[in-house]
Ligand binder design. Structure first.
Ligand code: MSP
Length: 650
């Protein structure tokens, strides 16, 4: 038996500092669709994703939550894996950078590069963006000393560091890019990267000493390896390089595609290849950058508070529709605007109208005109040849784009066939053939349509992995729909005399206006019978601005909470108003009727911080938690997660 060709594709490994949003999901869905497509084409496809768990950002987030970094990331990683399951992501492996198989390889590569003199000790003096975990020189910064990538303030860093001699490899890198013009995709990114390197490549700071959540530099334990040097190595450590069994490395490396969004192309197309050159390892074949999913003109990101939760969307619209929308909407290398209205429009037009309706019309006509049985007739129509020619050509047209990881255009090629089939119905007018008793022609038309639907379904199933089962059911096919590969595309795969089984629409139409009205109209709050709505409390007498300014309102994080014994109204909270334990204090609050202690732990609240301490049930309470209340209802006021504890509320 000949060995299958291999295909190794990776996504970036995600920072487990927060829940992932639909923008993150785009890359993973795209890589999953690519791997499924390659498997359909007979490849042994290996698809890697994972999490990037070290670095200052994670250390800080864990401290804010009052947890050890590993405990903190464990919870988030679990959520990320659940999200991938929900989105039908079939990864081959999930690497975590805190695993020993990864840490040992990072240390080995670091040591090797150091031993050969390409890593040296010096002093770092410059700017650091913690959310991006990226160093910048003064002239790279945006206005007001902010990060040129995310716009947030950067911090000045002065510390002893190890440096990687990237500059030494600049010419070799340029030569490599010249000899491998397809290495960086799309071409616009390639040109950007070439210009960047031509302007002069600086050595990269690859260790930190001001925090310790990272992989130790093997020969100098005071230092931890810079998180990007650490993270990039995941693509190799997941394959077992440097471990007891290197068979996966032998089989799959070099990677065929590293897929990511444009913001991290520099690390993947410049830093990573140079690390590999220095380590004497083969370079990946392609680095492909897609655009960003934007919300109202800006990049979807947690810090902007404009994120869309994929879990909510999947529950509302189904996983296939979400995957299809993401992959169809993002044109190759370009940004795409996200809006729920655009999503609904895509479901209504592409899925319900074009594809779903093609199936419903076809099965309805087979039922009505042919007693539910489909088989080619002995006569055809003038329109058959064109439909069959497009059906024969579509797989190659689609493949041309898939092989460039241009999934949006690949889908567009499939949809040309869907459109053609819909027009074929209009041109051949089966209802007229039926009326005129042209049964053989009618049979051929219906068979051609059912066969095109079968083909379209095989081609689109890497994007929508669950439709094939439903379509197979309706077409009366008993063979397993899953894993249909490209051999099954041969024309005539639909057996003669198949009994179709009509079913529900594949994608029901959504009435956007109605849905919007239902969602935006606040449900009327009517007091239950016999209950009188509470009166609005009168506004208190005026105070001066000076009076108000005497109040010190602070963001505080609840690190612990428990019920106060023998006091059913009181909770005892330990809140933190700064980066460490020294800023913790106890507050007793009369909110036990509304909250269980565990509901509050981890939340950021607002505290009146300069209220004179008072003793409640023998416990000294230092401050008061703010809450909003009306009648019987009460909810604590939550401060945004992005404002660190101790932040002022004005
Ligand atoms: N941990 C690094 C990657 C290390 S890889 C060796 C990192 N992680 S991240 O969680 O911040 O984001 C990773 C990726 O998420 C981006 O490259 C991109 O693939 C995806 N996206 C994050 N936000 C996105 C959008 N708004 N739109 C599209 N993709 C987005 O960077």
């Amino acid at each position: 038996m000949t060995e299958k060709p291999t295909f190794y594709i990776t996504t970036p490994i995600y920072y487990p500092s927060d829940k992932l949003h639909i923008g993150h999901a785009y890359t993973t869905v795209a890589a999953d669709a690519m791997a499924r497509y390659k498997r359909q084409r007979g490849y042994d496809a290996y698809f890697l994703t994972g999490t990037d768990e070290h670095g200052l950002k994670i250390q800080q987030r864990a401290a804010e939550a009052g947890l050890k970094p590993l405990e903190f990331v464990d919870g988030i990683v679990k959520g990320i894996k659940q999200l991938w399951q929900l989105l039908d992501i079939e990864y081959s492996d999930f690497i975590r950078t805190t695993e020993p198989r990864h840490e040992q390889l990072v240390q080995k590569i670091f040591q090797k590069i150091y031993d050969q003199g390409d890593i040296y000790k010096s002093e770092y003096s410059g700017w650091y963006c913690t959310p991006c975990e990226t160093f910048f020189t003064e002239h790279q910064l945006a206005e007001g000393h902010t990060c040129p990538d995310c716009g947030r303030p950067v911090q000045l860093a002065h510390e002893e560091s190890y440096f990687f001699k990237m500059s030494k490899y600049a010419d070799r890198w340029l030569k490599f890019i010249e000899e491998n013009p397809d290495f960086i995709q799309p071409e616009t990114r390639r040109n950007e990267m070439i210009n960047f390197v031509k302007q002069g490549l600086e050595d990269l700071c690859v260790s930190r000493t001001t925090f310790d959540w990272g992989i130790k530099v093997p020969f100098d334990e005071k230092h931890v390896v810079y998180v990007w040097f650490d993270a990039l190595v995941n693509y190799l450590s997941a394959l077992g390089l440097g471990g007891a069994d290197e068979s996966k490395y032998q089989k799959y490396w070099p990677a065929d595609v590293h897929l990511m969004a444009k913001d991290i192309i520099r690390f993947h197309s410049i830093v990573w290849p140079i690390i590999l050159m220095a380590a004497g390892l083969p370079l990946p074949k392609k680095v492909v950058a897609h655009g960003w999913l934007l919300m109202q003109g800006g990049k979807m990101s947690k810090s902007k508070g404009n994120v869309v939760d994929p879990v909510v969307l999947v529950e509302k619209y189904g996983v296939d529709a979400i995957r299809f929308f993401l992959l169809r909407e993002m044109a190759y290398g370009m940004d795409a605007n996200y809006s729920e209205e655009a999503l609904v429009n895509c479901i209504n037009v592409d899925l319900a109208n074009d594809y779903g309706n093609l199936l419903s019309r076809t099965t309805a006509m087979i039922e009505k005109f042919l007693g539910g049985e489909v088989a080619p007739g002995s006569d055809g129509t003038d329109f058959d040849a064109e439909l069959l020619a497009l059906a024969a050509e579509t797989p190659a047209n689609m493949a041309k784009y898939m092989d460039k990881v241009d999934i949006a255009n690949a889908i567009a090629e499939i949809w040309k066939l869907v459109d053609k089939a819909n027009k074929y119905i209009d041109y051949t007018a089966p209802w007229t053939l039926n009326k005129n008793g042209e049964v053989e022609k009618l049979k051929t038309v219906m068979y051609n349509l059912a066969e095109v639907i079968r083909q379209v379904t095989i081609l689109i199933s890497p994007v929508m992995p669950n439709v094939a089962d439903r379509v197979w059911q309706q077409l009366g096919l008993d063979a397993a729909a899953a894993g249909q590969d490209w051999d099954a595309l041969a024309w005539g795969g639909l057996p003669a005399a198949t009994k179709i089984r009509r079913g529900d629409p594949l994608f029901p139409r959504i009435d956007w206006e109605k849905q919007l009205a239902e969602e935006t109209e606040p449900a009327p709050v009517e007091p239950a019978e016999g209950v009188v709505a509470p009166a609005i409390e009168p506004i208190k007498p005026e105070i001066s601005i000076e009076d108000f300014e005497r109040l010190d309102l602070r963001v505080c994080k609840v690190v612990a909470c428990e019920k106060v014994k023998k006091a059913d109204k009181l909770l005892r909270l330990t809140v933190q108003l700064g980066p460490d334990e020294a800023s913790q204090r106890t507050v007793v609050s009369g909110i036990a009727k509304y909250y269980q202690p565990e509901d509050l732990v981890g939340k950021q609240l607002v505290l009146v911080a300069n209220l004179k301490p008072a003793k409640l049930r023998g416990i000294e309470s230092r401050g008061m938690i703010l809450a909003a209340s009306f009648g019987d209802q009460l909810q604590v006021l939550q401060a945004p997660a992005e404002i660190l504890p101790g932040g002022i509320v004005r």
